[in-house]
Ligand binder design. Structure first.
Ligand code: SF4
Length: 209
C-alpha cells in the first residue's frame, strides 16, 4: 500500500482515496499511479501507526517538501492530515504543502481552518473555473457537500482566509477550460491576490501536482 511516494523530488502523502468531487480532468480516471510508483489506490485508509511507520521507512534524501495530495482529497481525513502534519513537523525539517479542493468546511461542517496555521506552510487550491456555473460543471461536487450550490464561493473564501493567515496560497486551473475562461481565472486570481498556475491536462500518469 503506497502512503508516501516521490515525484520530482517531493514526497507526496496519500492518506485517502475519498473525494466529494468528480472533476472531469481527475487523473484517477486514467490510471492508478504517478510515474512508476505503485498503485495509489489504498487497500484501506491508513492508521496513524501505519503512516508514521511508512514515513520512517521512506528515503527522504534530497526531499525538502511533503505534499498532502491524492489519489483523493486529503481533507476528507482532516484530523488525520493535521495529526500527520504535526508528526512530520516534529520529526523532520520538511516544509508542508496541501493540495486541496478547498471544500474542507463543506466536507466537515464547522471545521476550524485556523488549525492549519503553523502546520501547513503552503496550500494549492483547485480553482478550476472562473465562476460557479462552470465550477460545478468541471468539478462536479456531490450534493452532500454542495447542498446549496455554494462550493465555488466556499472554495474562494477558504483560499482568501488561508492567505490571510499567512499561509502561502496559490490557485490552479487545468487547461481543459477555454483560453477565455483561463483569462477570467487570471483576473479573479489577481483580484484576490492569489497567484494562479495553469496545469496542462494529462491523460497519462505524468503529473498530479
Ligand atoms: S478534487 Fe482532486 S481527487 Fe477529487 S475528483 Fe477532483 S481532481 Fe480528483
Amino acid at each position: 500500500m503506497t502512503i508516501f511516494y516521490e515525484f520530482e523530488r517531493k514526497m507526496y502523502i496519500n492518506i485517502t482515496n475519498g473525494c466529494p468531487c468528480d472533476c472531469v480532468f481527475c487523473i484517477r480516471k486514467n490510471g492508478d499511479s504517478i510515474t512508476d510508483n505503485d498503485s495509489l489506490w489504498l487497500e484501506h485508509e491508513p492508521s496513524f501507526e501505519e503512516i508514521t511507520e511508512a514515513f520512517q521507512k521512506f528515503d527522504k534524501t534530497g526531499i525538502s517538501e511533503a505534499v498532502f495530495c491524492g489519489y483523493g482529497e486529503p481533507t476528507v481525513r482532516a484530523d488525520m492530515l493535521l495529526k500527520t502534519a504535526e508528526y512530520i513537523k516534529a520529526n523532520s525539517e520538511l516544509k508542508i504543502r496541501l493540495n486541496t479542493n478547498g471544500l474542507v468546511r463543506l466536507i466537515h461542517k464547522g471545521f476550524d481552518i485556523t488549525r492549519f496555521k503553523g502546520l501547513v506552510d503552503s496550500v494549492s487550491v483547485s480553482l478550476n473555473a472562473p465562476n460557479a456555473e462552470r465550477y460545478n460543471e468541471v468539478t462536479r461536487p456531490n450534493k452532500a457537500v454542495s447542498e446549496n450550490n455554494n462550493a465555488f464561493e466556499e472554495m474562494l473564501k477558504f483560499s482568501v482566509e488561508m492567505k490571510n493567515m499567512g499561509i502561502k496560497t496559490g490557485f490552479t486551473v487545468v487547461d481543459i477550460i477555454s483560453q477565455e475562461e483561463i483569462s477570467e481565472c487570471e483576473k479573479l486570481s489577481e483580484k484576490l491576490g492569489i497567484p494562479l498556475r495553469v496545469r496542462h491536462y494529462v491523460t497519462d500518469n505524468e503529473s498530479y501536482t
